[in-house]
Write a protein that binds this ligand. Structure first.
Ligand SMILES: Nc1ncnc2c1ncn2[C@@H]1O[C@H](COP(=O)(O)OP(=O)(O)OP(=O)(O)O)[C@@H](O)[C@H]1O
Ligand SMILES: [Mg+2]
Length: 720
């Protein structure tokens, strides 16, 4: 069968117009991504391109993986194609070319927590109060600057706040570079810089990429936009697809103007529109259309489908969040009995914080679930430690990793010593590792031998990395460093869990060695890019993910939970009309993920962030004519009287069916044995104060580690 047979005439045009610029602007589920995969297959099938001449950019690693799979169903050679995210494509380019920018080719990639740590250090050194300007806000200011291609050198603050940012940005930049590292934003920023500084290198890539495609073009930011344009200048065979109604990354500097201005950038561009939706039932589409209609300045399109009308989307208003999630669990069980798989269900949420309450109930009901949010595994302390060892083996200039493990396990190299060594490194413009090797003798009096041993350990492991695969190297690392021993000799449950996690890391390396041949640099590169949506799917389980990470995906049954004012639209976006429109687009994205069934749920009151909230139902529900939605709430809370009901107000805690607030002066202590009504017994491993409340992390025997709010957790002290 011909590849083109599966396409409608407009889609076919998008596939067959291979030469020159093409803009495909079309609504959700109209087959934009399908056009891209078929276009790639067509280019290969007709021998217009070799696999490596194709560059296809997607938004998440998950989407890239899916696109690769879809293409490999159609033609051979997908492994040689550049089908990846912007970041991964840039890493691939920079691993070859970084030396032209003054980096070593095995530079390190800093994730968010590395970045925050460096920022905190800089702020401390500059005497900037991080209570007034939080590290996160500094991080995002630096991000924004980089997305606008504003380098540390060029950045000039105009007010007091910006002047502080300027100072930190400059110091941060020096540090990261000195560590031979880049953060996520640098990957794009530096690639653009590479091309600007080296026209010959740019030309090489322009020649190579005969055909360039970008999915979700509406969410590209300025630096990504420039990058694509640089590369496309060679052959000018660029095809971008997107939907102005689905632009949801304004906060990361995405600029819808990029898609709207494409015709200006390429006056001879062929513009193709698709309005037929193949994904959802008419009933779901009508709701999506009604919501998005309320936005201004749209290109305007009305999606239609020949799919069956389907069932009306359902609304449920729970008395509290427990009731809300119970309803979701009930529906899942009911639908499952009718023959659906658990993996057919996806629960979408606006804010990560909602996952906890959903987890609680699914756990109780024995419904397996998987959360697609947060790089949880790789953020665990023990995993970060061991990865830091591997990093320093691969890249000796990685001071941050070295600092992290210099005294883990404890080897008698104290903070003061490390500070002194770091100061010398700064002064002599050397890496910390070089200082350990060459200067430590003169600086340190006690502990010289320990430092020598550490240097030897790292050098030995570096040598081994030349011939061992990652699994064996990891084994040597945890043994020789004493890390495994440290955990084995610690008899606490926490240490046991840490050991288990390290075992789990072996699962990851084994899989990598089998599929990728065991190169350490590649392994580190791959895992530093694992982003929030990229966990691999496990058994048959319900998915929980944020609306943002659901972009481009589709699921048979979708629940959008927490459909309330202040949660969705998010409280931070309610005042600003622009941001409110972005929230509405996010809502449109959520609704259009559903193929067959859509549920929208809310709660009259919920415990969140350690307090009880009582919010109105989201205005987005109000925007949908009532006859399009079936209200399954208990009658007295029906939609008719909801929106006009009470305003957002903080509830009187005691008047709701909430877990009663506990007396948190009860003085929980780390190490205490406590009993939770549902999770059973566990040991408190960490306590943090959060306003008037406390967040306690408890390591439960049965369910592992959980963080709970002291005031609401049904806990009793068993011992301690
Ligand atoms: N011509 C077609 N015939 C049959 N099915 C189609 C056709 N076009 C698209 N589809 C199906 O419709 C669904 C949506 O397609 P796709 O994911 O490509 O849409 P999209 O426009 O990229 O959506 P989004 O805006 O959400 O990214 C997919 O399951 C796809 O296989
Ligand atoms: Mg798509």
């Amino acid at each position: 069968m011909d590849i083109l047979d599966n396409l409608n005439p407009e889609q076919r045009e998008g596939v067959e117009t291979t030469e020159g610029p093409v803009l495909l602007i079309a609504g959700a589920g109209s087959g934009k991504t399908r056009v891209l995969t078929h276009r790639i297959a067509h280019l290969i099938g007709t021998q217009k391109a070799k696999p490596w001449q194709i560059l296809a950019i997607t938004f998440t690693n998950k989407a890239a993986k899916e696109m690769k799979e879809r293409v490999s169903d159609l033609v051979y050679g997908s492994e040689d194609m550049w089908i990846s995210t912007f970041h991964a494509a840039c890493v691939r380019i920079l691993r070859r070319e970084a030396k032209h920018l003054g980096y070593d080719n095995n530079f390190n990639i800093y994730d968010t927590s590395d970045k925050l740590k460096v920022i905190k250090d800089c702020a401390k050194e500059l005497d900037i109060d991080t209570k007034k300007i939080t590290p996160r806000s500094i991080a995002s200011a630096i991000s924004n600057a980089k997305n606008q291609l504003l380098s540390a050198k060029d950045y000039q603050g105009s007010n007091l706040y910006e002047k502080q940012i300027e100072k930190i940005y400059k110091m941060y930049d020096r540090r990261v570079k000195a560590n031979n590292a880049m953060d996520f934003d640098d990957l794009i920023f530096e690639t653009v810089r590479l091309f600007r500084l080296n026209p010959d290198i740019l030309e090489r890539y322009q020649q190579q990429f005969k055909y360039i495609m970008v999915d979700e073009y509406q969410d590209t930011n300025h630096s990504q936009y420039l990058l694509v344009n640089f590369l496309a200048k060679g052959h000018k065979n660029i095809c971008v697809v997107g939907d102005d109604d689905q632009s949801i990354y304004l906060f990361r500097g995405a600029d819808v103007a990029n898609i709207l201005d494409f015709e200006k950038d390429y006056p001879d561009a062929k513009v193709i529109k698709l309005e037929r939706n193949y994904r959802s039932t008419q009933c779901i589409l009508s709701v999506a259309n009604e919501v998005i209609k309320h936005n201004e300045g749209r290109k305007g399109k009305n999606l239609w489908t020949e799919n069956c009308a389907g069932e009306k989307p359902v609304f449920f208003h729970g008395t509290d969040h427990i009731d809300e999630i119970q309803f979701i669990a009930d529906e899942i069980t009911k639908e499952q009995a009718k023959g659906r798989k658990l993996s057919d269900f996806t629960i979408l949420i606006r804010a990560n914080a909602l996952t906890r309450s959903i987890e609680d109930i699914l756990l109780k009901r024995d419904i397996p679930y998987q959360i697609f949010a947060g790089t949880e595994f790789f953020n665990r302390k023990e995993i970060k430690d061991v990865m830091a060892y591997l990093s320093i083996i691969s890249n000796p200039a990685d001071d941050l990793s070295l600092t992290r493990i210099i005294n883990v396990p404890r080897r008698g190299i104290g903070n003061k010593t490390v500070e002194r060594l770091a100061a010398v490194a700064d002064e002599k413009n050397k890496t910390l590792f070089e200082v350990l090797k060459e200067d430590a003798d003169g600086i340190v009096s006690r502990g010289k031998d320990k430092i020598k041993q550490l240097v030897m350990l790292i050098e030995n492991l570096q040598e081994m990395s030349q011939y061992l695969n990652v699994t064996d190297l990891l084994d040597e690392t945890v043994n020789r460093s004493g890390y495994r021993n440290m955990l084995q000799s610690d008899k606490t449950d926490e240490a046991k869990i840490r050991l288990e996690n390290i075992e789990e890391l072996f699962t990851v390396t084994k899989e990598f060695d089998n599929t990728h041949g065991g190169n350490l640099d590649e392994f580190l590169q791959q895992n530093s890019l694992a982003s929030d949506t990229d966990e691999s799917e496990r058994e048959d389980s319900v998915k929980i993910m944020t609306l943002h990470s659901a972009k481009g995906l589709e699921f048979p049954v979708v629940f959008i939970a927490g459909f309330e004012e202040r949660l969705f639209p998010h409280i931070r976006s309610m005042e600003d009309p622009k941001e409110l429109q972005e929230e509405r687009r996010l809502c449109y994205v959520g609704i259009t993920r559903a193929k067959e069934k859509l549920y929208i749920t809310a709660a009259q009151s919920r415990a969140l962030y350690g307090r009880v909230e009582r919010n109105k139902v989201s205005r987005f529900l109000e925007e949908v004519p009532k006859n399009l939605i079936e209200d399954k709430s208990i009658k007295k809370y029906s939609m008719d009287n909801l929106y006009s009901q009470s305003g957002p107000q903080r509830a009187n805690v005691n008047s709701f069916k909430m877990p009663q607030k506990q007396n948190i002066d009860m003085a929980y202590k780390v190490g205490m044995l406590v009993e939770h009504k549902k999770f059973g017994q566990g040991i408190i491993t960490e306590i943090k104060s959060l306003g008037e409340d406390q967040k306690i992390t408890i390591n439960f025997e049965k369910v592992g580690s959980k963080a709970l709010m002291a005031s609401f957790a049904p806990l009793t002290v068993v011992e301690g």
